[in-house]
Design a binder for this molecule. Structure first.
Ligand code: SF4
Length: 358
């Protein structure tokens, strides 16, 4: 195990353990030049950066264990590293001993969860991404204005549960374009659509189009709910996909934005696309007839996992890496307010956003 310097925390951490592949990949003969098309932006967004640092800082400030409701972000590697550092992940607040510290994940929570934590006298740290909080506020505001909210999102996703919990009596979930044709909506002129932050932009617009065919007075949200990071990663993979014989997306199976990247890559012309958690999952047979490999990663993926993919691709003869950059990202968030002042009254005003970290 080696050590790395974590610039954001100014500390030295133990480098994470990444599963190694049993046999190295070997080059496959192809009569075209081999290249990797590396999408940018990719990986950590500002909301994930903030949430992960919140857990690290809570551990540093209060000591282990610190409880976290649900996965802090949807990435198996990040979660397992935080578990090693002393975080305990639970499904619900009633699993947490009274009086303990609990962090709410980047995906956000409903007011019922906040109340449940308060009832158990838990010390809550809210790591909800501010862009998810923005959608919560929209849901509250429009329900108070007597609107019905058509929330486009995936049933069972934590973010959707949290957003619906802010206006439970006034929200109707629309999972996909086909459901837009079927859902039953009260007769009213007061209809607005909102969405989960990590959806496919194209599919969401198709859902809205089909909703509007049935409900012409449907109002748009005041600003995009699909967040900048989701949109930027989709734009970059759209540019990569038409030139890629194979696309590899690093991200976990429950990461909505990572799964969307695979779908978008296939829609935009990639001949094949796979999602992996670790480079060791790349299979030798994927390279048959492949000259160009597109690579990207979801918004909860540390860059070290992409570096491992690039290292394994080098073994397969893909040494030439071309960056396909479609946007710069500079959005920054501050720490959750509960962590901005430490025990000695010192303020921590760090700006957090999409750092490249292990
Ligand atoms: S993907 Fe978007 S909404 Fe989710 S944490 Fe990142 S910035 Fe926030």
């Amino acid at each position: 195990m080696s050590t790395i310097t974590n610039g954001a925390l100014g500390q030295t951490l133990t480098a994470p353990v990444i599963p190694e592949r049993r046999e190295r990949l070997t080059p496959v003969e192809i009569d075209r030049p081999k290249r990797v098309l590396l999408a940018a932006p990719r990986g950590y967004c500002a909301g994930v950066d903030r949430a992960v640092i919140a857990v690290e800082k809570a551990l540093e400030q209060y000591g282990a264990p610190v409880y976290v409701r649900k996965q802090i972000v949807h990435n198996v590697h990040v979660v397992s590293e935080l578990e090693k550092a002393g975080a305990i992940f639970v499904d619900e607040v009633d699993e947490v001993p009274e009086g303990s510290h609990i962090v709410f994940s980047a995906h956000g929570v409903s007011p019922a969860v906040v109340k449940g934590a308060a009832d158990r006298e838990l010390q809550a740290i809210d790591a909800t991404c501010p862009l998810v909080t923005k959608v919560h506020r929209e849901a509250v505001r429009f329900s108070k204005q007597d609107y019905w909210i058509l929330l486009i999102g995936h049933e069972g996703h934590e973010e959707v549960e949290g957003t619906m919990g802010h206006a439970p009596e006034r929200t109707i979930l629309v999972n996909d374009p086909d459901e837009a044709d079927r859902i039953e909506v009260p007769e009213t002129e007061n209809l607005i659509w909102l969405s989960q932050t990590t959806l496919s932009v194209d599919e969401t617009m198709e859902t809205v189009r089909r909703l509007r065919e049935r409900f012409p007075h449907l109002k748009d949200p005041p600003s995009d709910d699909i967040c900048y990071a989701t949109q930027n990663r989709q734009v970059a993979i759209k540019k990569v996909a038409p030139d890629a014989d194979l696309v590899i997306i690093v991200g976990s199976s429950n990461s909505s934005n990572s799964v969307r990247l695979v779908e978008v890559a296939l829609e935009y012309g990639a001949k094949a696309a796979y999602r992996i958690d670790y480079a060791s999952e790349i299979r030798q047979e994927w390279f048959e007839g492949v000259a160009s490999v597109g690579v990207s990663s979801g918004a909860s993926v540390p860059e070290v996992l992409v570096e491992q993919v690039l290292a394994d691709l080098r073994d397969a003869g893909f040494e030439n890496v071309e960056i396909v950059k479609t946007a710069e990202e500079d959005l920054m968030f501050s720490l959750p307010k509960e962590l901005r002042t430490n025990a000695t009254g010192e303020r921590d005003e760090r700006a957090l956003g999409g750092r490249t970290r292990s």
